[in-house]
Design a protein around this ligand. Structure first.
Ligand SMILES: NC(=O)c1ccc[n+]([C@@H]2O[C@H](COP(=O)([O-])OP(=O)(O)OC[C@H]3O[C@@H](n4cnc5c(N)ncnc54)[C@H](OP(=O)(O)O)[C@@H]3O)[C@@H](O)[C@H]2O)c1
Length: 327
């Protein structure tokens, strides 16, 4: 019989709920356990999503010998400690974005994965969408010549709730780490290296986190990325990649796109892709396959990519003087 990979979910919030639904779509995977800080939340989540094993603390999940991989779905400030707990207990980890609060923490997580020989990946789900994979192929095949510029915008009007994770500095809130990270990661998918120079601006929320930001990444050699993100603007999410011989546009939801357009020599063609579930099953399937193949990282979102992205986030926050107490 084919071996399966057994999954546990750590945290019972919004994204954990969506992943629990999508994990049902992943071949050779079984969602076996969930852990919450409070037993009744684990019970309720397990009941809703038909998960047989329910733990009222995170350690118990990390030490369950029947679990192969844990999906860490806690607020950013916990990603490092929750991931280390699981890696050091011999579990693979798929950890939500941003992989951690800063480069130092990401390096610790990568070192732990190396030392334990366990799988680790940042849940940058965007990279696994067929539309993004196809854009990657177009870029590699020179469909737009040499890429010169990435423009990406990610904005939505977040409910100004000071108790929400999004606005709470104690939980690592703010636009850059929550949605700006997608724009930085998209630029990394295109250029694959760290920016030589960064210029940026930001607007703080009353809680002290960043409400909105604009970042220009200068990669040298005439290549740059112009990135905007905001928690208090009308919904807008799109990206354009301009090259010497063409343009690729992801006009809607570039973080989870169903289509893109390619314009070459004045002719535009649209490439569409079918969607199943929310789209989180795509990254989860890659994790399952990597683990079945005995790999400790996935080539689509390797550790080096997460390290470059978080380094950029660090450099931007350094310019803003934005530090979190939890760091
Ligand atoms: N990939 C995506 O599309 C996507 C979308 C949204 C969010 N995310 C990422 O996923 C992570 C979680 O986001 P979310 O929107 O699911 O958050 P959320 O709804 O607030 O849920 C977070 C969960 O983490 C647990 N937790 C542990 N310590 C906590 C603390 N001190 N305060 C609050 N909750 C705590 C809680 O579960 P228990 O009480 O059961 O322990 C809570 O339900 C974030 O890092 C975010 O960036 C990714």
């Amino acid at each position: 019989m084919d071996r399966t990979v057994t999954w546990g979910i750590l945290g019972t919030g919004d994204i954990a709920r969506q992943m629990a639904e999508d994990l049902r779509l992943v071949p050779r995977s079984e969602l076996r356990a969930v852990a919450s800080r409070t037993p009744h939340r684990a019970e309720a989540f397990g009941e809703t999503h038909d998960i047989p094993v329910r733990y009222g603390d995170y350690e118990a999940l990390a030490h369950d010998p029947a679990i192969d991989v844990v999906y860490v779905a806690t607020p950013h400030i916990r990603h490092c400690e929750d991931t280390l707990l699981c890696l050091e207990s011999g579990k693979g980890v798929l950890c939500e974005k941003p992989l951690a609060m800063n480069r130092r923490q990401v390096d610790r997580m990568v070192a732990a994965a190396e030392e334990t020989g366990c799988f680790l990946m940042e849940a940058f789900w965007t990279a696994f969408f067929p539309a993004i994979q196809s854009v990657g192929t177009q870029l590699a095949e020179g469909a737009i010549g040499v890429p010169r510029e990435v423009r990406a915008t990610f904005a939505y009007p977040a409910k100004p709730d000071p108790t929400s994770r999004i606005f709470d500095p104690a939980l690592g809130g703010g636009a850059l780490l929550d949605i700006g990270v997608y724009t930085v990661a998209l630029a990394d998918l295109v250029f694959g290296r760290e920016a030589r120079a960064i210029t940026s601006e930001w607007r703080p929320a009353s809680s002290g986190v960043d409400l909105a930001g604009s970042v220009t990444l200068d990669f040298g050699e005439g290549q740059r990325a112009l990135l905007d993100f905001s928690l208090d603007a009308p919904p807008a999410q799109g990206a354009t990649i301009t090259g010497t011989e063409g343009v690729i546009e992801l006009p809607e939801r570039f973080s989870q796109p169903d289509f893109y357009t390619l314009t070459q020599a004045g002719v535009t063609e649209t490439h569409r892709f079918a969607r199943k579930g929310y789209g989180y099953h795509l990254e989860a399937a890659a994790v399952t396959e990597s683990m079945l193949a005995g790999q400790t990282q996935c080539p689509t979102v390797p550790w080096s990519m997460s390290q470059r992205v978080v380094q950029t986030l660090d450099r931007v926050r350094e310019q803003w003087g934005l530090r979190y107490a939890a760091e």
